[in-house]
Design a binder for this molecule. Structure first.
Ligand code: NDP
Length: 313
């Protein structure tokens, strides 16, 4: 069976940065790019908040550059996903979607988290044309426009207050009659005059051919008071939570209640010695490209130290 010192799973900023550092440390890492090479940034429009790009950069192009940087130092970047891995003993054995097995002395899990969508057909059609799941990525394009945020949790409140500083008006579409967010976040929303909360409201569909122009909403859905109505909007932001991509781990790493991998100490170590986690899969809070890249760097340095100590035993 093929063996590698360092297996990196995932190809967002965390995975590629880990590959850059691991290659430069002569660990000859093997990286599986997964089902969505480049990760979530490839579906945003422009990245304007990653340091070093004063004019901003297209998300897809940025990931391609990161990929090339990893390849330049000799990282073995492969198409395909890891579908299962046995973490019971070292070397860990992973299986790819092509049916190959690979043994690894250390593993970095950098599989990211996927934003949850409502499941409307229109969401896919208008993705990047008014539909977004990241206010900090795309909010800037909605200056003086009207937008809506779906969700009533902390993320939705945070995104709504962020967008309210840019947009002329922000609707919050909340399916219950109250917000789930913490009191302090709720208060921030209530104190922002250009946010209007639409309680007891669900989204039935989106309006727009090439570009979003509005949404079909339903108040009191499924009750005698049910009332359909439309709003005119330029942006529709999903903030109904993220799902960390950990299914292939089959519960072998300790996670929090939402499924995010728990890391220990100052580094990226997980509950299994020799397995490290980096990026959004281990980060319910920040979920930024720059923080993911930083964690990828830390994870690779942690692997280097771990292998040195393991070999010395
Ligand atoms: P949450 O799970 O807390 O909230 C999700 C929200 O989306 C809820 O209001 C939920 O409604 C709504 N929702 C879910 N599915 C649907 C659907 N199909 N249709 C309509 N609405 C839907 O997720 P968050 O991302 O907001 O937060 C995740 C975690 O991160 C939380 O622990 C949160 O506290 C934390 N966080 C903390 C922040 C901070 O402290 N600054 C910032 C952001 C997140 P319902 O209430 O009806 O279930």
């Amino acid at each position: 069976m093929e063996t590698t010192k360092c297996l990196i799973i995932g190809s967002g900023p965390a995975g590629y940065t880990a590959a850059i550092y691991a290659s430069r440390a002569n660990l000859a890492p093997v990286l599986y790019e997964g089902n969505m090479p480049g990760g979530q940034l490839t579906i945003t429009t422009e990245v304007e908040n990653f340091p070093g790009y004063p004019e901003g950069i297209d998300g897809y192009e940025m990931m391609e550059q990161l990929r090339q940087q990893a390849a330049r130092f000799g990282a073995d970047l492969r198409n395909g996903a890891i579908t299962s891995i046995d973490l019971a003993q070292r070397p860990f054995v992973a299986v790819t979607d092509g049916g190959d097995s690979i043994a690894a002395e250390a593993v970095i899990v950098a599989t990211g988290a996927s934003a949850r969508y409502l499941g409307l057909d229109d969401e896919k059609r208008l993705q990047g044309r008014g539909v977004s799941a990241c206010a900090t990525c795309d909010g800037f394009f909605y200056r003086q426009k009207v937008v809506a945020v779906v969700g009533g949790g902390d993320s939705a409140c945070e995104e709504a207050t962020y967008l309210a500083r840019l947009a002329s008006k922000v609707y919050m579409i909340v399916r219950k009659d109250h917000l789930r967010a913490s009191k302090v976040m709720q208060q921030r929303v209530f104190d922002t005059p250009n946010i209007e909360i639409l309680f007891n409201t669900n989204t039935a569909g989106l309006i727009g051919d090439d570009k979003l122009t509005g949404a079909h909403l339903v108040r009191h859905k499924g009750t005698p008071q049910e009332e359909p109505f439309d709003i005119a909007i330029d942006g529709f932001f999903l903030a109904i939570g993220h799902t960390p991509n950990t299914a292939f781990l089959n519960g072998q790493l300790e996670t929090d209640e939402a499924g995010y991998i728990i890391t220990r100490g100052a580094g990226q170590a997980t509950s299994v010695e020799g397995v490290f986690a980096a990026g959004d899969v281990a980060d319910p809070h920040y979920q930024q490209a720059v923080t993911a890249a930083a964690m990828g760097c830390k994870a690779a340095l942690d692997v280097e130290k771990f292998l040195l100590e393991a070999d010395g035993k």
